[in-house]
Design a protein around this ligand. Sequence first.
Ligand SMILES: *Cc1c(COP(=O)(O)O)cnc(C)c1O
Length: 457
Amino acid sequence: MNYFSTRGLAEPHSFSEAVKIGLAPDGGLFVPERLPDLTTQLTQWEGKSYPDLCGSFFQNFASDIDALELETLVREAYTEFDHDELAPLVSLSDRISVLELFHGPTLAFKDFALQLLGKLYERQVSRSGVSINVLGATSGDTGAAAINGLVGKKGVNIFILYPDGRVSPLQERQMTCTGESNVYPIAVTGSFDDAQAALKDVFGDSDFSRSVNLSAVNSINLARILAQCVYYIFAWLKLPASQREKTTFVVPTGNFGNVLAGWMASKMGMKVAGFRVATNRNDILYRFFASGDYSVGEASSSLAPSMDIQVASNFERYLYYGLGEDSKKTRKAMADFKKRGTFQSGDDSFIKSMSSSRMDDTEICDTIRSVYQKYGYIADPHTACAFKDLDEFEHCVILSTAHPAKFPETIEETLGISVTHPSLDELKDRKIVKHPLSADAEAIKEFIRSKQKPVQS
Ligand SMILES: *Cc1c(COP(=O)(O)O)cnc(C)c1O
């Protein structure tokens, strides 16, 4: 299986190459040459453990990695989760279940992809003997999860840009208290969108990115999307067969990587009723799925900071499929969007292929309270965004994207309960190490250059 750019101007890449470079050289995102039909395989995957399912799934995509090696790699990636099922499906009522994706080392769903990506990078470095510099931008959880996936990995440096003062204190601690010398958390001035724009500019300088062997760890990395397909399939297989096609997945959404993964799984044969994009008050995606208007607004801070995003980078992949896998049209739409900050679609079947909801901060607090009263369940502020207008669904699975203990202030204020987690308590006495910079590509490149050490053997 080869990987092509959504913008159509890059050579086809192997799985490992596409994962290593992250962003395609023409500025587009990698997509598989075709989405395989997994209908038959799905029936054979019933009852598999999470790592086994993940290994079988990836065999369809990682065709340049030996099957046995892949199996080992996947098994090793998922050893740090604190629940034996990894992604337990918790039933709140006959109509609502919650898929808990927060049992990984940094207590957010991003661990599923980043623990595996860390393994893939490690494999790459040990095969090539060349070190990799990983660069990412984060609104909070990606940074922590990426750092945890890569911490102490030989030959891998990790640089994470985050908006100074706009991630939660605990999220900042998770990034800045590792005490490891291959980790560089960079606190930039501005919003997450500023950080992401600077990141794109750094990758846009292909001479630079080649010279330091730069890789993108953001959810633009194809391996992350594919890794996320697995928990949808895992949950779907756990549902009674009669319920599967009646189920809607409800997904707290920011950069659109999570829900895109589910949607891709459905294109590969996982038959469901649909997908719901749940946003906070940063509602560009809500507006798109309500009316076809994808216009950038100003990102504002909310109680669900990992969703404080206006330009959802993975939307490009969805656009590509929505435009009939036409890379020329995608290229044009993205160029127009960059120029005008807006994309309008009049294609109803494209717009209506997901439903959407939005929630402001007041509703988030009210929802945390009502979910607790109704079900005795504590939802973190991101997960809370999913609990809106669920009556229209016959059955739904809500993806719980973070552990409530990551946002203790909000939970304390709304429920008067103090939630903790041992892995977070442990961080409180550690020293914070961060590097303040402006959200400027040149400054970031200079910083990365200054940290290059001779290649380790
Ligand atoms: C990253 C994140 C999201 C948003 O996921 P996307 O894939 O960017 O849409 C939602 N909730 C939490 C807790 C997150 O960390």
